[in-house]
Ligand binder design. Structure first.
Ligand SMILES: Cc1cc2nc3c(=O)[nH]c(=O)nc-3n(C[C@H](O)[C@H](O)[C@H](O)COP(=O)(O)O)c2cc1C
Length: 397
């Protein structure tokens, strides 16, 4: 039978052309302003800072600002970063660096590298796996210890079930001593290897949020003194912008918490030699030098600047942990040279999780580990023991 068609070739082509003419595909090709952007693959990123842009692209605006902002006008946030530029490395020559050793141990927690993941709250804003993803990502990066924030999105038990590398827990002091005791029992049952108590007041007043609220923030933010003077209180949490639950604790309380724990207790937020000595006097097993990444009291110094005086005051009696502003292996090397036993990574790990989930956290750590090894080799310091103050020249200003 003869194949019959009512459509000629010319008519068929005309039909396709007509369909394309009305198609958004053609529009897109002809539109010079079409958005050709794409999210780069993780392997295309080479430094920790690269991840911030990907996190920015993937996150909701106000969640990103919550992570990025610093206290008040952000002097300390900026200074944390500037301080690394004020420390020069002084390399040693004629040193065999064919093998570099980075393994260490802090009060019973072994580490392949002197790098941990800082406690930061609310990882559900970053990725659906939340803190379980951060924990898995840290573990995959050479069993890196992870410090779980007291403000985690997931319940502590759920995080602890996600992986099996060393887990530490951060604590915001709990006034009710029965509740405090239950907290201490819980984290020890979950296999916690140490507790990190945040001991400063952690004021939380962010001018950046106030300026940006019209554009992106769903949260109402108000200046300390509202126009017309209505916010002009002189006492209490409302005036200080310090959460009420953080205004009351003292050294005696710290001793009581210590008595509830069989695992080491660190004090996080230490910025002076005097406070470091008091920590040891009152039973803390370690000191954690931190200004919480510039998110707390503005105009406190950068952590790198105060690290040497704290290390001198401690005199090796307890380990000194360190964070705030670390973005590269040479930053880590400088902190180790000034006396930190290990460093912790806050925003960097968050950028990794927001950008690529658990593998992103792993990659952040791998980049820092690789850069640390490179910096140690380049400066002729093949072991952690060979890293000391002769490695740096400080020009703090
Ligand atoms: C979004 C965010 C949330 C944080 N939440 C906590 C917290 O719950 N507890 C705490 O002790 N520190 C918290 N921190 C401070 C970190 O533990 C850490 O000190 C800081 O991020 C280190 O600075 P970096 O971000 O420059 O690495 C938080 C930091 C960020 C960025």
């Amino acid at each position: 039978m003869k194949r019959s068609s009512s459509m000629t070739r010319r008519a068929a082509l005309g039909g396709i052309g007509g369909a394309l003419a009305g198609s958004s595909l053609l529009d897109a090709q002809q539109d010079p302003f079409r958005d050709h952007s794409r999210v780069p693959g993780m392997d295309e990123l080479t430094s920790v800072m690269d991840f911030e842009a990907i996190a920015f692209a993937k996150m909701q605006g106000d969640s990103f600002q919550y992570m990025a902002h610093g206290g008040e006008g952000e002097f300390t946030l900026r200074r944390n970063r500037e301080a690394y530029d004020w420390v020069e490395l002084v390399p040693k020559g004629v040193v065999d660096v064919s093998s570099v050793q980075t393994a260490t141990e802090i009060l019973g927690t072994p580490m392949a590298f002197p790098i941990m993941t800082s406690p930061t709250s609310g990882h559900i804003q970053l990725h659906r796996d939340a803190e379980a993803g951060t924990y898995k990502g840290s573990q995959a990066a050479s069993n890196t210890p992870y410090i779980v924030s007291d403000g985690s999105s997931l319940p502590k038990a759920k995080i602890a079930a996600a992986a099996s590398s060393p887990l530490w827990f951060q604590l915001y002091p709990i006034k009710d001593m029965d509740a405090m005791k239950a907290w201490a029992e819980n984290v020890q049952t979950l296999g916690g290897k140490a507790v990190v108590m945040t001991v400063d007041q952690q004021a939380a007043y962010y001018e950046r949020d106030f300026h940006e609220q019209h554009l992106i923030s769903a949260r109402p933010t108000r200046p300390v003194v509202a126009p017309g003077g209505s916010g002009n209180a002189t006492s209490g949490p409302r005036a200080y912008r310090v959460p009420e639950r953080r205004l009351w604790y003292n050294w005696k309380y710290a001793e009581q918490v210590k008595a509830m724990l069989k695992i080491p207790l660190f004090a996080k937020g230490i910025l002076t030699a005097e406070d470091a000595k008091l920590c040891i006097e009152h039973g803390f097993d370690g000191v954690y030098v931190s200004n919480h990444g510039g998110r707390s009291c503005d105009y406190v110094p950068s952590t790198l600047e105060v690290l040497p005086e704290i290390v001198d005051a401690v005199q090796g009696r307890v380990p000194v942990l360190f964070d705030s502003g670390i973005r590269s292996g040479s930053d880590i090397l400088k902190a180790l040279a000034l006396g930190a036993k290990a460093v912790c990574i806050g925003r960097g790990a968050r950028w990794g999780l927001a950008a690529y989930g658990a593998p992103g956290v792993t990659r952040i750590h791998e980049i820092l580990q690789g850069e640390l090894v490179m910096a140690m080799a380049q400066t002729g310091r093949p072991t952690l023991a060979s890293i000391d103050r002769t490695l740096v020249r400080t020009n703090f200003r």
